[in-house]
Design a protein around this ligand. Sequence first.
Ligand code: H2B
Length: 100
Amino acid sequence: MMNSDSVAEFLQSRPMWKLDRQREAITREYVFTDFMQSFSFMTHIALLAEKKDHHPEWFNVYNKVVMTLTTHDADGITEKDIELALYADRIFSTLDFLAK
Ligand code: H2B
């Protein structure tokens, strides 16, 4: 489990991510132009999730994806969640290649 200082540091550097205290998870909403973008984004994340054996909880409606990250084995937020969050943000910021 990560200490609360490093979680706070992450949240400060990425204000789009919120802490869900009840779940001990981090969560963010991504907004896309359409379903194809949402689903392409999810496909990219899914491949890394399988590779790392660390999977997001997510909710998708059309152009929106809400992603919640927590480590079930540890009952809280770990480095794996932060790593997946950073990866998801990076995929999101390179959406031009998803748009085609
Ligand atoms: N994903 C997440 N988010 N947390 C986990 O603890 C977790 C996982 N554990 N994916 C993995 C799979 C575990 O169930 C397997 C057995 O390693």
